[in-house]
Design a protein around this ligand. Structure first.
Ligand code: SAH
Length: 235
């Protein structure tokens, strides 16, 4: 009722309503729909993951001509033959890590920087490594312009992880190696969780949840996936 009464007052005074400087972000409605239809209906339920994906402006992480598709239910090309994952895959991987406000997470495969931003909304610190310098630079620029202060980014081969900052509560790998990099297993904290696509270059990859308890590694396949290959520096 109240807004109607306000409108009547405005009309009576002969004033025109203009968009306030803090008017809602026009992309926000699309994000809310994305979370509802693509995530909640597919049983993503971790509240912090859903909140982060309602918050992060995914359209800022895709090439300008693809922005209209930024909230659609599929991956998108980001240049150099690489892709930003489908929103559902980002949500699924984030949820599997069970991140909290105290989590320190390592990401291999910064790509567009979108997954790093989603994690930065939830976690204490995000460390992210990208092997293609151009993508690393672009992601760093976007993340800086959005004001993220808890992301540390580096360019290089993530096969060896980030030993100086280890151990990590959580590790997420967004390119698929044939086998789990041993250094990443070593850099996972006891009680920690790693989510990683594993499998050959074309097809037949599984998203695998790796846990470490009392030094013992357990692996569980979550869903079949198709990721870009994990590249080694020497290749
Ligand atoms: N997480 C990204 C998805 C990027 S696609 C996002 O949110 O947009 C996977 C990325 O992994 C690509 O950018 C690719 O260059 C990178 N990558 C592949 N092998 C790598 C390696 N050994 N070390 C670091 N990054 C790697």
């Amino acid at each position: 009722m109240r807004p109607v009464r306000h409108l009547a007052v405005f009309a009576a005074l002969g004033l025109t309503l203009v968009a306030a400087p803090d008017a809602p972000d026009p992309w926000q409605a699309r994000r809310i729909l994305m979370v509802e239809k693509q995530l909640e209906l597919r049983e993503i339920s971790h509240p912090a993951t859903l909140a982060a994906m309602r918050q992060v402006p995914r359209h800022r992480f895709v090439p300008a001509d693809l922005q209209p598709q930024a909230y659609d239910d599929h991956p998108l090309p980001i240049g150099h033959g690489q892709t930003i994952s489908q929103p559902y895959i980002v949500a699924c991987m984030t949820e599997q890590l069970a991140p909290t406000r105290t989590t320190r997470v390592l990401e291999i495969g910064t790509g567009s920087g979108y997954q790093a931003a989603v994690l930065a909304e939830i976690c204490a610190e995000v460390y992210t490594i990208e092997i293609i310098p151009d993508l690393a630079d672009q992601a760093a620029t976007v993340l800086r312009s959005l004001g993220y202060k808890n992301i540390k980014a580096r360019t290089g081969d993530g096969w060896k992880g980030w030993p100086e900052a280890a151990p990590f509560d959580a590790i997420i790998v967004t390119a698929a190696p044939d086998t789990i990099p041993p250094a990443l297993l070593a850099q996972l904290k006891d009680g920690g969780r790693m989510i990683i696509p594993v499998g050959p270059k074309a097809g037949a990859q599984d998203l695998v949840l790796v846990t470490k308890r009392a030094g013992k590694i357990t692996q569980r396949p979550v869903i079949p996936v198709r990721f870009v290959p994990f590249v080694r520096e020497r290749e």
